[in-house]
Structures are given as structure tokens and as C-alpha cells.
Design a protein around this ligand. Structure first.
Ligand code: ADP
Ligand code: ASP
Ligand code: MG
Length: 410
């Protein structure tokens, strides 16, 4: 007998029939003698719908009320799944974040889990019930409802698995595992049998939304065994685990993209000590993550400062930057709203030269202009115009031989 946490994403609970399908899978696991805790997302499209409602009300909603609103999607799906289980004769109980006590900090819309109380869930499991937990939401120390950022139900799943010391956390989604790139934009993408925490962390943080980055951080920190699988088939998925010898020894193991980027340039900034801090300090205080940064060579004591922020934070960031630009006497602030970051990822890159130049050549052969570059030991990222995203992903996937990697499907 094992303790299994299963997380089902939005598409998997997208309508009544799909929720019934999830119930059948959950019962199957339960009937094999396991304790089961299920985490569910909102029905597909629901969180977007709620975000849109808030936008219609006001362009800058109260952050607290935004979370009260967007957390409601998951309340619907836990209740419906619980009913589906009841109607198949199985005892189940639903829990919202505050009922479990998933305690987070107070960073509304991107809160981090600080602590999870397990008493209520263990009580339900002892009573032989299936516990169904709303993903994506928590509660802060002042009893405010918080949410964990888009895709946050993955993190709820893995964090619960860590807190409950579960044997495995199964992430059920609409693809059959983690692929060399997004299978929905590159038909040649290959499913990986296994991927290391570090590579998965890099892929997730660079845009592979199959797992939220924070969920992989949790998995790595607490050694949670994570399986990514499809809720529509029974094919083997991808195991996310510690690096080991039989993982494929390749230079590049994945290609990712992130279209949620915008570029801001502050023109003719005085080139003197303290300027970077003056520009970026207020942005980080507003909880906005600046990603790529470049500063031009100084000419006549002036320079241009270019950086990217999440497109979803552009409105907020721009207001802050314009204010700072006025204070430091910069000439202007310009924006390119539709930027994509395409990246190649692989632990094998550490010991290989020439990977970056190959990436630049592949993009230039397609006439794709590189606006910014950033590198780490195991990844290279290029900012490009987002209209070239799909093209860039496909040619890079091909150039680095990824179509020949991974599991061979019969
Ligand atoms: P869920 O609603 O189940 O959480 P998501 O839409 O958040 O599902 O994540 C699954 C999606 O992630 C897939 O449909 C796929 O388009 C996308 N994706 C991006 N990169 C990858 C990758 N490397 N492997 C698998 N899926 C990926
Ligand atoms: N419903 C939330 C979202 O759409 C959380 C999740 O699906 O993981 O982002
Ligand atoms: Mg998701």
C-alpha cells in the first residue's frame, strides 16, 4: 500500500465527462489499496475567464481581491470531483487551501508556500476517504486567500506530496509526459523516459509549462518522485528524478520558449555608479522579475539600458520605469511588447564548446534577428520577435538532433 498524490490539470477536468473519467482513475488507484490525495485545477479556460472579468472591471485590480476571484475556479472542480466519486459509491471529501491549511506568504498572485498542515488530510485518509484538494490556492497568516501563480496546482501537488511524504506525485495532463520540446508546436518532439530535476527546473523556468517551476524546486528539495502522465491514455509517462548514469548523455536535451515577455529600453541614461540600482530597485520592490538585461557601451557618458519583464507585468513595470527615467534625466523609454525567449537546455553543455555559436547560426540562417542573449552553464537563451517563435523552436529542435532522442513509440 502506498500514499499517492495525483494532480489533474485543467484539460483533464474540462467537462463533466472528463471529471467522471478522472474519478474512475482515482477509484482504480484507491481500489488497489492505496491512500489517495487528489489535487485539481480549475476546469480548462476558467482561470482565464476569471482573469478577464477582473480586467473588464479595472486595469489595476486590488491584488487581494484578484486572488479571491481567481481562486474560485478550483472550488468548482474539487466539489464536482467529490460528487463524481460519491456517485460511484466512494467516500471523498473536498478541501480548499485554507481548510487544509496551505500557508503562504502574502505575495498575492505569486504567493509561495511556507507550511502545510497535514492533520485534516490525514484524518480523512484514516477514515478511508479520498481527499480532494483545490490546487493553486493558499491562505496567508492574516487569513487572506492567496494564489500561487499560473500553473500553480502543480506546486500544490508536489508540496503536498512532500508534506505527506507520499511515495509518488503523479501529474496528469493533456500530453503523455515531458518532451524534448512542446509537442503541440513541434510534431517531432520526443517523449523523455526520465529527466533530472536540474534539467526540468531549467526547462520549466524557461517556459515549458508542463510543470510549474516552483513544483520542480519542491520536488528537488524534498526528493519527491514526480511522474508526468496523460489522463487520457495509460502510456508510461516521464519520471522527474535525481540525475543518474542511464539518463541520455546528450549536449542539448530540450528546447523551450516563453512568449510572455516584453522588452523595455531606457534611452540615454547617464552612465554612472548607482544607475542600475536606481532603475531596477523599484521594479523588484514591486515584485516584478526582470529577466534579460543588456547595457550598451557608454558613449559621451550616456548609455541605453534594455531589459525584459513578463508581459503580464508590463503595465505595472512601465509606470515605474517612466517615473525613474524622469528622475534620472533619461531621454526616453521605448517598448517592444511581443518578445519571445527561445532557449536550448542541457547539462551536457557544461563540457561542450560551440553550442552557442551553432544556435546563433541556425537562427540567422532562418533570418531570425537575435535581440538579446543570456547564458548559464546549462542553457542558452535568445530573445527574438515572438512571431518567429514556432519556426525558431522547430529549427533548433532539428539542428540539435532532438527528433532522434527519447522514447520510441510503436
Ligand atoms: P495542465 O492544465 O494539465 O496543467 P498545462 O497546459 O499547464 O497542462 O501543461 C501542459 C502543456 O505544456 C502541454 O499541452 C504542452 O503544450 C505544454 N508543454 C510545453 N513544453 C512542453 C514539454 N517540453 N513537454 C511537454 N509539454 C510541454
Ligand atoms: N487554474 C490555475 C491556472 O490556470 C492553476 C493551474 O491550472 O495549475 O493557472
Ligand atoms: Mg499546468
Amino acid at each position: 500500500m502506498a500514499l499517492i498524490v495525483q494532480k489533474y490539470g485543467g484539460t483533464s477536468v474540462g467537462d463533466i465527462e472528463r471529471i467522471r473519467n478522472v474519478a474512475r482513475r482515482v477509484i482504480d488507484t484507491y481500489n488497489r489499496g492505496n491512500d489517495v490525495v487528489v489535487v485539481v485545477s480549475a476546469m480548462s479556460g476558467e482561470t482565464d475567464r476569471l482573469v478577464n472579468l477582473s480586467k473588464q472591471m479595472t486595469p489595476s485590480p486590488s491584488e487581494r481581491e484578484y486572488d479571491v476571484l481567481v481562486a474560485t475556479g478550483e472550488q468548482v472542480s474539487v466539489a464536482l470531483l467529490s460528487m463524481a466519486l460519491h456517485s460511484q459509491g466512494v467516500d471523498a471529501e473536498s478541501f480548499l487551501g485554507y481548510q487544509v491549511k496551505i500557508v503562504t506568504d502574502s505575495a498575492f498572485s505569486k504567493a509561495r508556500i511556507m507550511k502545510i498542515e497535514t492533520d485534516e488530510l490525514l484524518r480523512a485518509l484514516r477514515a478511508k476517504k479520498i481527499a480532494i484538494v483545490a490546487g493553486f490556492q493558499g491562505v496567508d497568516e492574516n487569513n487572506n486567500i492567496t494564489t500561487l501563480g499560473r500553473g500553480g496546482s502543480d506546486t500544490t501537488g508536489v508540496a503536498l506530496a512532500a508534506a505527506l511524504k507520499a511515495d509518488v506525485c503523479e501529474i496528469y495532463t493533456d500530453v503523455e509526459g515531458v518532451y524534448t520540446t512542446d509537442p503541440n508546436i513541434c510534431p517531432e518532439a520526443r517523449k523523455l523516459e526520465k529527466i533530472s530535476y536540474d534539467e526540468m527546473l531549467e526547462m520549466a523556468s524557461l517556459g515549458a509549462k508542463v510543470l510549474q517551476t516552483r513544483s520542480v524546486e519542491f520536488a528537488k528539495k524534498y526528493g519527491v518522485k514526480v511522474m508526468v502522465l496523460s489522463s487520457f491514455t495509460s502510456k508510461p509517462g516521464t519520471l522527474v528524478t535525481k540525475e543518474d548514469e542511464d539518463m541520455e548523455q546528450v549536449v542539448v536535451s530540450g528546447v523551450t520558449y516563453n512568449k510572455n515577455e516584453s522588452k523595455i529600453t531606457v534611452i540615454r541614461v547617464p552612465d554612472k555608479p548607482g544607475i542600475a540600482y536606481t532603475v531596477f530597485g523599484p521594479i523588484s520592490e514591486a515584485n516584478i522579475v526582470v529577466d534579460m538585461i543588456i547595457q550598451n557601451a557608454s558613449a559621451e557618458g550616456y548609455t541605453d539600458l534594455t531589459f525584459t519583464v513578463p508581459k503580464t507585468d508590463l503595465h505595472k513595470a512601465l509606470a515605474i520605469v517612466k517615473k525613474t527615467a524622469g528622475e534620472i534625466g533619461a531621454k526616453d523609454v521605448t517598448v517592444h511588447e511581443n518578445i519571445a525567449k527561445v532557449s536550448i537546455v542541457g547539462v551536457g553543455m557544461k563540457s561542450h564548446a560551440g553550442v552557442a555559436s551553432k544556435m546563433f547560426k541556425v537562427l540567422s540562417d532562418e533570418g531570425v534577428n537575435i535581440m538579446m542573449i543570456s547564458t548559464s552553464e546549462i542553457k542558452i537563451s535568445c530573445a527574438i520577435d515572438s512571431k518567429y517563435t514556432e519556426l525558431a523552436v522547430r529549427v533548433l529542435h532539428n539542428a540539435f538532433g532532438l527528433d532522434k532522442l527519447g522514447v520510441t513509440e510503436e
